[in-house]
Structures are given as C-alpha cells and as structure tokens.
Design a protein around this ligand. Structure first.
Ligand code: AMP
Ligand code: MN
Ligand code: MN
Ligand code: MN
Length: 284
C-alpha cells in the first residue's frame, strides 16, 4: 500500500491539472493520495473522478495558511466533508485574504521595477489561485532574478518584502474548522519553519492542545533520522504521524510523488485513525 497525503494541482501553485496529477500518482504506484491545494478545495471533485477511474483512493484535503504568533504555519486538513458550512466559509475568507495579500505583494514588486504584476500573475495562474510561486516566476521572466529559488531568497521568502502573513487566521481557529468539517488536522512540514527544537515542541504542543491530530513526519526527501525524531515528538504529544511528498511539479527531485522513505518504525501512522485504510495498509 503506497500512500502520499500531500500534493498540489494547478488549482493552487502546482503545475498539473487534477487529472494529470492523479495519472502521475498512478504511474508512481500510489494507492492512496490526498490532494491538498493551498486554501482551496477547487480540484477535489475532478481528482476524485480521475482517482475512481484509476481505482485509487482519494482523500479530501486542503493545506491551510495559518499564523502561530508571528510565524506562518501550514496546516493540512484530511478527510474533510466538503459541504461543511464552516469549511466553505473559512475557504471564502482565505480567498479574500489571498486577494488582499496578492494585491499588496504586486504593489511592492512594482516598486522594484516589475510591471503589471497582478494582471500577469493572474494570467500565469490561468485564472486559478495566485500564489507566491507565480510572483517568483514573474521576477524571473523580468530578469530581476535568475531563478525561482533566488526570487524567494531575495524578495518573497520569510522576512522579505513579499512575505506578508499577518492576514492569516490563527492556527487554533483553522484546526477548529477542520474538525468541524470532520477532518483531521496535520501540522505540515514542521522542519520547514526553521524553529529551534524548543520552539518546535512549543508549536506542536499548541497544535495538539488546539485539537490537531497528526504531524507530517515525512515531507518529501529529507535528512535521515528526521522522520524518527518527529515521530518521537508526535508520540510524546499523543499525535499520529503523516507522510507526503508536497509535490508541485515534475522534475523536482526532492518532492516527487510517492518518493520518500517509509514510515519510521516508531510512528503511529495517521491511517490508524481511518479503520478502513488501516486494515488495507496493514500488510505494508
Ligand atoms: P503562498 O501560498 O502564496 O504563500 O506561497 C507559498 C508557496 O511558495 C509554498 O507552498 C511553496 O510552494 C512555495 N515556496 C515557498 N518557499 C519557497 C522557496 N524558498 N523556493 C521555492 N518555492 C517556495
Ligand atoms: Mn506550494
Ligand atoms: Mn506548505
Ligand atoms: Mn504543500
């Protein structure tokens, strides 16, 4: 049983359509996937249709942008009821917050010399949701930076002019919404926030206290030993462990669909919370 519980389509900042994403997941040998686009569930119905055709299991997912104090933290929601009024209302608010933020980012990048930024980002996103990766691509196209990576390093990454996160709702609010929609809240890629061990434990403790139920102990290709350490932290706090590639586009060797180590032996997998999956995954 191969399971990947974190990936993006072009309904957010991924490159593939939901259908192409599912086909690629099938080719990668995956049996269970969750589509977790940023702040939107737009792609889920199409992904579900495609997954049914391929005989795969699709778990309804989303990756919410939230705030823990001053730090931007991503929370994945899995197994959501997509008709939940609380969820739909929260997504609408996130969409508005994104538009406001994106207009601010566009204004700031124009001051740096880029032109018609919002308009061009909209076109780059093909009318779907705009994210910072679209702005990064524009800066590359305008010759202001050489690569997407350096666009983040100079202009869009943590603490830079294009990093505006105070508009995101607090972590605990989003966890409550995921739970109201019958979902499980997962602390996404904990190592990406560059926190000290003490701070990370504080984040995970707050996350658990607010009703979070899992930590993503594996996020794509990562240093050996990290998964085991994160699973130990999860166990300490009575949380389960999740895993996913955080796939965005073909060609990224660190974040390819299904390409990551197996769950560490000390982990209590998140699918232990889903009886049907747990019995199917038993023989893994
Ligand atoms: P947004 O959701 O608009 O805030 O954009 C955040 C997204 O930008 C993340 O989900 C990643 O896909 C991407 N991202 C963040 N940091 C980097 C980076 N240093 N290099 C490339 N992409 C990044
Ligand atoms: Mn992304
Ligand atoms: Mn993320
Ligand atoms: Mn992601």
């Amino acid at each position: 049983m191969k399971i990947d519980l974190h990936m993006h389509s072009n309904c957010s900042d991924g490159e593939l359509t939901p259908e192409a994403l599912v086909s690629r997941a099938k080719e990668a040998g995956l049996d269970v996937i969750a589509l977790t686009d940023h702040d939107t569930i737009e792609g889920l119905a199409r992904a579900r249709c495609a997954a049914m055709r391929e005989g795969m299991t699709l778990i309804n997912g989303i990756e919410f942008s939230t705030r823990w104090g001053k730090i931007g933290v991503h929370v994945v929601g899995l197994g959501l009821d997509t008709a939940s009024p609380e969820l739909l209302q929260a997504i609408a608010a996130q969409q508005q917050a994104r538009i406001d933020r994106n207009l601010t980012i566009a204004g700031r990048l124009e001051k740096l010399g880029a032109k018609d930024v919002y308009q061009r980002a909209t076109e780059l996103a093909c009318g779907a949701q705009i994210g910072r990766p679209h702005f990064a691509q524009l800066l590359v196209d305008d010759g202001l930076v050489k690569s997407v990576a350096s666009a983040f390093k100079k202009y869009l990454g943590a603490g830079k002019v294009g990093d505006i996160k105070q508009q995101w709702p607090p972590l605990d609010e989003i966890i409550a919404i995921i739970r109201a929609a019958g979902g499980v809240a997962v602390l996404a890629h904990p190592a990406k926030y560059r926190l000290t061990r003490t701070k990370l434990r504080a984040l995970a403790t707050d996350f658990a206290a607010a009703g979070g139920e899992a930590i993503e102990v594996i996020s794509g290709y990562q240093p050996s030993g990290l998964a085991r350490d994160l699973a130990a932290l999860a166990n300490d706090l009575d949380l389960t462990s999740s895993c996913g590639s955080d796939f965005h586009r073909p060609g990224g060797i660190w974040q390819e669909l299904g390409r990551f180590e197996s769950m560490p032996v000390n982990a209590r997998p998140i699918w232990s919370l889903w009886p049907e999956l747990a019995s199917a995954a038993g023989g893994e």
